[in-house]
Design a protein around this ligand. Structure first.
Ligand SMILES: [Cu+2]
Length: 87
């Protein structure tokens, strides 16, 4: 088991649900918890099944920038207005 923290951009409770649901839905992720204030995702995962890189990429695919991957503009634009974290 591995634990790691990564920066994930977001705003609100909907973002928290989306980020956590996405990360927790991945094979090998034991627990993912996103903190709205610090915009950090705490990960516990099985490093034989997944990696921070894979988790980060999948989160970016649902619209949230991470310290490693950026969300595509069309995906970002499709987020609800309350979730728009870019200026
Ligand atoms: Cu949101």
């Amino acid at each position: 088991m591995n634990t790691q923290k990564i920066d994930v951009k977001g705003n609100c409770q909907m973002c928290k649900d989306r980020i956590e649901k996405t990360a927790n839905g991945l094979d090998g992720v034991l627990l993912a918890t996103w903190d709205q204030k610090s915009e950090e995702l705490n990960l516990s995962f099985d490093s034989s099944k997944t990696s921070v890189d894979t988790i980060s990429k999948t989160i970016a695919e649902v619209g949230h920038d991470t310290e490693k991957h950026k969300a595509d503009l069309d995906v970002y634009n499709a987020l609800p207005a309350c979730c728009k974290y870019r200026d």
